[in-house]
Design a protein around this ligand. Structure first.
Ligand code: FCB
Length: 457
């Protein structure tokens, strides 16, 4: 077992350790205080979409247990909390009326963090689009980008004075490709043209929100959280390497290129441009405003082979076998060095600002036995990935912090409640929280910061 003290010595004293969650996954109280449904409420209530037809009605009941959960965060020894704000609580129909009661909840949340000395890292969009906006096409409609800009303004005007950082979006890859092309996440669409519209309007919404945030709260560092894919060719053949290049453009370039270069990847435009929406004059300038930071969510590499069949849709790849047969309970290959390789490649390709690892963690579904959860494999996953993170620090990358996904077990999207990512176990019948073995280990590490083993420095 990696000693937390030894690991701590490999990070600077001001390195930020945190835990992360997202509104829909933990809050519950889906109809409380004026909240209206999001696309995830609708999706999870449809048969066949989410495992066991689980939904977010109760989740971890965090909305009603806010203070106790903030105490729990404090007790985890961390310096920062990454959470998301639910748009359908703030502007329940997406446009129109502002719901003060929704803002009040996040007011209490940020005040509660401040009272406990915990830094606040807010995400504006972690996938819970107000359902009413689907009437106009949801993310496939340009109007949604402007609705998001207004929502960003409203949130920042009320909470911005107490936020240590804000991210516009969490993982556009998921809310674009996984939700509109692969049909796995809400709204469950499987259509390239729809997905390409969602891509551009999400990117535009990000840029418009950056503009709004800078206007309302110029001192709050603004960023974007991306689940960049570590794309690895399954063989050394020219075909598979070319396939990996296309996959990089499609899975990463669709978001990194417009945001950090002000253009879409050439390969993507030449293959799919005729199905993209009109890119209006000035859109790319709005999208590519300089950011203060970016967040990487990393779990597993993406291994690809060429898909030779005629008519295969861009990027025309198929999955390649794992290199490491070890996987977490959700079936994701464990490969920590892919995280370092990915960051190295991204900094070589793009002019990127400071970095936080905003999510990293593992699904293991151990239950409580005699009051303890022995989740050694999760502890090992954290230890190895944190060691990879320390390599990045050593190599001079501007990595400033790390957030574990997740504080506690929660609604794991299409997997429902069966996949557990928490450092803290949640019993969904009683809502009892039990800190797991991994949680105790992480606490030991996190509690050494700020200042870490570097007190004398
Ligand atoms: C990420 C999501 C997060 C969580 C983890 C396991 O893609 O951002 O909400 O579900 O995966």
């Amino acid at each position: 077992m990696i000693d937390p003290k030894k690991l701590a010595a490999r990070f600077p004293g001001d390195f930020l350790f945190g835990v992360a969650t997202a509104a829909f996954q933990i809050e519950g109280a889906s109809k409380t205080d004026g909240r209206k449904p999001s696309i995830w409420d609708a999706f999870s209530n449809m048969p066949g979409r989410v495992f066991n037809r689980d939904n977010g009605d109760i989740a971890c009941d965090h909305y009603n247990r806010l203070d106790a959960d903030l105490d729990l965060i404090k007790d985890m020894g961390v310096e920062a909390y990454r959470f998301s704000i639910a748009w359908p609580r703030i502007i329940p129909e997406g446009v129109g009326r502002i719901n003060e009661l929704g803002l009040d909840f996040y007011d209490r949340l940020v005040d509660g963090c401040k009272a406990r000395g915990i830094k606040t890292y807010a995400t504006l969009y972690h996938w819970d689009l107000p359902l009413a906006l689907m009437g106009d096409g949801g993310w496939t409609a340009r109007s949604t980008s402007y609705a998001f800009q207004r929502y960003a303004k409203v949130v920042m005007a009320r909470l911005g004075d107490r936020l240590d950082a804000v991210a516009t979006f969490n993982e556009p890859w998921c809310s674009v490709w996984l939700s509109h092309l692969y049909g796995v996440h809400a709204p469950g669409e499987r259509n390239m043209e729809a997905a390409l519209h969602a891509m551009h309007y999400t990117n535009l919404a990000h840029g418009l929100a950056v503009e709004a945030i800078r206007h309302v709260t110029p001192n709050v560092p603004v960023g974007l959280v991306l689940n960049a894919h570590s794309v690895v060719a399954g063989s050394d053949s020219g075909e598979d390497k070319a396939a990996a290049g296309r996959a990089f453009d499609f899975h990463n370039g669709a978001f990194f290129d417009p945001v950090f270069k002000g253009q879409y990847p050439e390969s993507l435009v030449s293959a799919l441009g005729d199905r993209m929406p009109v890119i209006e004059e000035g859109d790319l300038a709005v999208i590519s405003q300089k950011l203060d930071w970016w967040g990487l969510n990393y779990y597993t590499p993406m291994r690809v082979l060429d898909e030779p069949s005629e008519g295969a849709e861009f990027p025309a790849t198929r999955p390649a076998p794992f290199v490491n047969p070890e996987k977490t309970d959700i079936g994701w290959e464990i490969f920590p060095s892919a995280m370092t390789d990915l960051v190295t490649e991204l900094y070589a390709r793009y002019d990127l600002p400071e970095l936080y690892i905003t999510e990293n963690g593992a699904a293991y579904n151990m239950e409580v036995v005699d009051g303890e959860v022995d989740d050694q494999p999760r502890l090992d996953y954290y230890a190895h990935h944190l060691s990879a993170a320390a390599d990045l620090v050593r190599d001079g990358y501007p990595l400033k912090g790390y957030f574990a996904w997740s504080l506690m077990d929660n609604f794991e999207w299409a997997e429902g409640y069966r996949m557990r990512f928490g450092l803290v176990h949640v019993d969904y019948d009683t809502q009892i929280r039990t800190v797991k073995k991994s949680g105790k280990w992480y606490r030991e590490l996190a509690a050494l910061f700020p200042s870490g083993n570097h007190k004398s420095a």
